[in-house]
Unconditional design. Structure first.
Length: 328
């Protein structure tokens, strides 16, 4: 007889336990991605999933207590990274098979191919799900150019190196702080910055076609100036940011600024300002703010409710009111 227990914590925090295979598969599917699963011994299954209340990405600690085989179709809209805490796992994707072990190596799975995983009975892992659009936009900021064709991560990456150890430490710290009752879950701005730092570390640590650029020489002068403007917008989205003001920040003309943004960011400076402000609105609504949608939107410069709702839906796929309901 299974002994299932699921204790909901405030917000999206989740501590899930079950010895039932079907219930385990359903919950892990809900948290990460659709998959099928089989186990060597159902009698020893002890699925434990601790999900932290992160904002833009999914961070959880997961173990099954028995040997598990997982079959998943292409994830399409997300990248998935596993960092072993104990035990080992073998992963196969796109014709490549690699084994990761605690403290030695991690696994990075791409959106575009089916995945097969085998977990050892003592296997416990930090599992990180990163929206494809979010991670690729962050990579574009770091490299100064759009990511064409997606990020082609190596399936296995080193965790014993200095960057790997720092990545492990960051994930462990972020996980612990998000679980702490008065930790980062209550400080959206700080959490946002740490999530960005985590994405930077992932991109710097896991080999990909971007590694040479990320670890190489400083970008071309114009690219550097455009990225300075991107960083300025990220840090000051609450200010009045005209094209002329942004051109002054870069020290170039407005026409060069417009052309540079089209080439490196894929949109105009004004469009990027709007995207950053929409992200801030989404972050506030996701935290269950007591303010009305209209008030939050107005604080970030959106004064036309109908136009704002359409822009919000275009970016996030839902209406602002849907985000508020989910947060509550």
């Amino acid at each position: 007889m299974s002994t299932d227990r699921q204790t909901a914590q405030p917000g999206p925090r989740l501590r899930f336990r079950t010895t039932d295979l079907d219930i385990a598969r359903t919950q892990v599917t809900k948290t990460f991605a659709e998959h099928d699963m089989s186990v060597g011994d159902r009698a020893t299954l002890d699925c434990r999933l601790d999900l932290t209340p992160s904002g833009r990405l999914t961070l959880a600690r997961l173990g099954y207590g028995t040997d598990v085989t997982i079959f998943g179709p292409p994830m399409r809209s997300v990248y998935h990274v596993n960092l072993p805490v104990s035990g080992a796992s073998t992963v196969q994707q796109n014709g490549t098979t690699r084994t990761s072990t605690a403290g030695r190596s991690g696994i990075a799975m791409l959106p575009n191919g089916p995945v097969t995983m085998w977990w050892s009975p003592d296997g416990v892992q930090y599992a990180i799900k990163l929206p494809k659009e979010l991670l690729e936009a962050h990579a574009a900021k770091l490299t100064g150019r759009p990511v064409d064709g997606g990020i082609r991560f190596a399936l296995e990456f080193d965790l014993s190196s200095a960057p790997g150890q720092m990545l492990n430490a960051t994930v462990s710290f972020l996980y612990a702080e998000l679980l702490r009752p008065d930790g980062l879950a209550t400080m959206p701005t700080v959490r946002h910055e740490l999530e960005s730092a985590l994405m930077t570390q992932l991109l710097m640590t896991i080999p990909s076609q971007l590694s040479e650029t990320l670890h190489g020489k400083p970008a071309h002068s114009r690219r550097t100036r455009i990225m300075q403007v991107v960083e300025y917008i990220d840090e000051h989205p609450h200010l009045e940011l005209s094209t002329a003001d942004l051109a002054a920040v870069a020290g170039i003309g407005e026409r060069s600024l417009q052309a540079g943004f089209r080439d490196l960011v894929g949109m105009s400076p004004r469009a990027y300002v709007r995207v950053v402000r929409l992200d801030r609105v989404h972050l506030e609504l996701s935290t269950g703010t007591p303010e009305s949608v209209t008030d939050v939107a107005a604080r970030w410069g959106f004064f036309h409710p109908g136009r704002f709702a359409q822009q919000y839906r275009d970016r996030f796929g839902v209406l602002p009111s849907d985000t508020v309901r989910s947060a509550r």
